[in-house]
Design a protein. Structure first.
Length: 278
């Protein structure tokens, strides 16, 4: 594990160094363009268009993993660093100033939305996997519903068997009133994301309080049910964080395609009016 951590640290250091070199070269070229009276907006405009196309291609690459075009993780690295570089080119293009027209404001705002959502998504993709390991190794998202269904069936079988082995119906009533709903679907998503345990702690206290109404066999069954509740809570924790891993994309991806359309419109309007500098 230390070797792997060292590898990722070295890779980040290398990529950050490359980005700094590219940024420095870009700033130097922009100064040279300005000094030689070349049209800097022309160069940065087309550079932005190319960068936006490249960043958009990353989503297409994820949908076609069979293509022999580097690994998706490598594309993710290029996407992140190219996105950071795009910010610099964008502000060079705008002259480090705020927009003054309606369309320019819409284009500027959309670019900021894409960039900000990308930064947030990068942070989420760094933090969420670490948090998921609090409940052991992460489970594949498409397996969560399978395990949840297995736990629900196991608890139901425990309840049915207890009805035959015991005279009391306390467990059956508790299952109908509280546990059936809990095991039916993911619960407490927001609390898991906020690091809170209010609802699950309340449920566990209710389970412990029910022990007073149970005989020895019933208490053993209840202990096993509590174990299933803890396991189900772990699945809910994983589900909540998988949901967060995808939620930001519902902003980032539509905003990216909207930005691409606005950039094309911007180029068309610019050359349509004969200005020649996007």
């Amino acid at each position: 594990m230390p070797t792997m951590n060292g590898y990722f640290a070295a890779r980040r250091f290398r990529n950050t160094g490359i980005l700094l070199v590219v940024v420095s070269a870009t700033l130097a070229l922009s100064w040279a363009y300005s000094a030689m009276l070349y049209a800097l907006p022309y160069a940065t405009g087309w550079a932005l268009f190319a960068l936006v196309l490249f960043l958009t291609f990353f989503n297409l690459r994820k949908r076609m993993p069979y293509l022999p075009l580097l690994r998706v993780s490598t594309w993710m690295q290029m996407h992140a660093y190219a996105g950071a570089f795009t910010f610099l080119v964008f502000f060079l293009h705008t002259g480090w100033s705020l927009p003054n027209g309606r369309f320019e404001t819409m284009l500027w705002t959309m670019f900021v939305v894409v960039g900000a959502s990308g930064v947030i998504g990068l942070g989420i993709n760094r933090i969420i996997p670490i948090r998921q390991k609090q409940y052991g190794e992460p489970i594949f998202r498409d397996r969560l519903s399978v395990f949840r269904g297995q736990l629900a069936n196991e608890v139901e079988e425990l309840i049915i068997s207890s009805m035959y082995d015991s005279q009391t119906r306390t467990l059956a009533r508790f299952y109908t009133g509280r546990l059936r709903h809990f095991f039916a679907a993911p619960r407490n998503v927001l609390e898991h994301l906020m690091g809170q345990r209010i609802s699950i702690d309340k449920l566990m206290r209710e389970l412990e309080s029910a022990d007073r109404y149970l005989d020895t066999d019933g208490k053993e069954v209840m202990a096993r049910i509590r174990e299933k509740v803890v396991q189900k809570d772990g699945l809910d924790f994983q589900y909540a964080h998988y949901l967060m891993l995808r939620a930001w994309l519902f902003i980032h991806i539509p905003a990216t395609y909207s930005l691409l359309v606005l950039v094309v419109v911007h180029l068309s309007l610019t050359y349509g009016y004969g200005m020649g500098t996007p």
